[in-house]
Design a protein around this ligand. Structure first.
Ligand code: UN1
Length: 477
């Protein structure tokens, strides 16, 4: 049963895949690989171009479905579909740029190259909070790289996944007969279906987005069978606000990053590290801005904060606030609202928590709109605090001082996969590689050269001479 977090009402009932139907989809993907890998990459790009067209013409409907199913604001629902369109455009260009290398051989009459070849069927496991974009980052690249995709969406958001599959099927029908059956499919079900995907030898790579707890299970299972993984796990993203920061800009960035998507992005701002000299001018402004945030039905475009995904999530938030307050935190906000109108939905006031130190609760990722605020006196201390968490996804500094900005980006600066200056930690563009270090899992998706993870590298040496010189000058016989 699928429920909308907007009011808790049932919106659909779906039949789960059985072990047999899941097996058939994985088998079809493995079979599809045999022909799809031979289709020229620019032609594979044409399919993704058509998918991009479908997404463009259905942006509004799919954006609304995203909002209905996961509860993010309608602007962010549309933004998520735009992110899918962007990655399709990127992948189409990429389909003509899967460049290898030509390497100088030490042997006369020899030529060395490095070529990128299709890898095999790819499994995608995605979370509820970006129910469609994360699939598209993986699928658009994988398909251009020659790999079929089997997608296991979150149990909380299967409808948007089926909608994407329907759009893909339309694009494939327009593309023609060289799009094989099984090139893209969706597995509906609980974690046992996900486990089948992870453990199946026919799946060459699994790209999994979710909690660190999930990654700790998926990672070793894949390693056990020497399969590849792309892990996008928890984040605990911070902003350092320095004395020279443009505070007006900082407040706006904090609001979007900390309360957007009701704090349920892996890139959401969770920690604010504020210099003592600006603490008194920033924190009261922030409290004032928080007090005016419109909370409510995310389909109403005047509301910026929608509901949490479910009751568990609300309970997790309440537990974290109670723990932070027991550790000396001063909590502003955090109460449940609109409970009379929506007894089965969980709308909350975003919370600010002024902390005396970076405690265990702060170091833990709670997937809810809680922003912990801490003080600092010098930049080294602030960077140390920023890095002293288990996660390493995104980070940022607000400063107009060039030296501070560069120190933050240097080898001894932020240890995250994403480090921004005068921009919040969330809302990355698709052109860059997306992902992070430490317990975030180390994977990279989306832009830059992330495509290489979906291909196998082949080093080839061709001897066009009539001699057989050995490398390293070895004489053999
Ligand atoms: C996620 O929350 O899993 O940078 C992905 C961002 C978005 C993607 C978030 N482009 O916030």
């Amino acid at each position: 049963m699928v429920r909308s977090p907007i009011d808790g009402a049932e919106i659909a009932r779906l039949t789960d895949d059985t072990p047999d139907t899941a097996d058939a989809k994985i088998a079809a993907a493995a079979e599809a690989f045999k022909t799809w890998r031979l289709v020229p990459a620019p032609r594979r790009g044409e399919l993704i171009r058509l998918l991009g067209e479908e997404l463009r013409s259905h942006k509004e409907a799919l954006g609304k479905l995203v909002t209905l199913e996961c509860g993010k604001s309608i602007q962010e629902g549309y933004g998520e579909v735009q992110e899918m369109i962007d990655i399709c455009d990127f992948a189409v260009g990429l389909s003509r740029q899967l460049y290898g290398l030509s390497i100088a051989s030490e042997r006369p009459g020899h030529r060395m190259t490095e070529t990128w070849l299709p890898l095999g069927a790819v499994g995608v496991i995605s979370a509820f909070n970006f129910p469609v974009a994360v699939w598209s980052w993986n699928a658009a690249l994988a398909i251009v790289c020659g790999d079929p995709v089997v997608w296991k969406p979150s149990e909380k958001t299967p409808l948007t996944a089926l909608a994407c599959q329907a759009l893909f099927d339309r694009a494939a029908a327009r593309f023609g007969a060289d799009a094989p059956f099984g090139l893209s499919s969706v597995l509906i079900g609980d974690r046992s279906i996900g486990e089948r995907l992870v453990d199946d030898k026919r799946i060459a790579l699994v790209s999994a987005t979710g909690s660190t707890r999930m990654g700790r299970e998926v990672g070793p299972r894949l390693a056990q069978r020497f399969a590849r993984s792309i892990l996008e796990l928890g984040g605990n993203n911070a902003m350092i606000v320095t004395p020279s920061a443009d505070l007006e800009l900082a407040v706006r960035a904090i609001l979007f990053a900390a309360v957007g998507t009701a704090g349920q992005r892996c890139t959401s701002l969770r920690r604010l590290i504020v210099h003592r000299d600006v603490y008194e001018s920033l924190v009261p402004r922030l409290k004032e801005a928080y007090a005016g945030i419109p909370i409510g039905n995310p389909m109403d475009s005047s509301k910026l904060v929608g509901p949490l995904i479910d009751r568990d999530s609300f309970e997790g938030m309440s537990r974290a606030l109670a723990a932070a307050s027991a550790e000396g935190g001063i909590v502003t906000g955090g109460a449940r609202v609109l409970a009379d109108q929506h007894p089965d939905a969980y709308y909350v006031e975003p919370a600010l928590v002024e902390m005396p130190a970076q405690t265990d609760t702060v170091r833990h990722e709670t997937f809810a709109p809680i922003l912990y605020i801490m003080l600092y006196d010098n930049l080294d201390e602030a960077i140390a605090l920023q890095n002293d968490v288990p996660q390493g996804l995104s980070s940022c500094i607000f400063t107009t001082d060039l030296r501070e900005a560069e120190r933050f980006l240097a080898a001894s600066g932020s240890d995250c996969g994403i480090a921004n200056v005068n921009i919040g930690p969330s809302g990355a563009e698709i052109g860059g590689a997306f992902g992070g270090e430490k317990e975030t899992g180390g994977g990279r998706e989306s832009g830059s050269d992330s495509w290489k993870a979906y291909m196998r590298r082949q080093t080839a040496t061709v001897n066009y001479s009539d001699a057989l010189p050995l490398a390293q000058g070895i004489k053999f016989g």
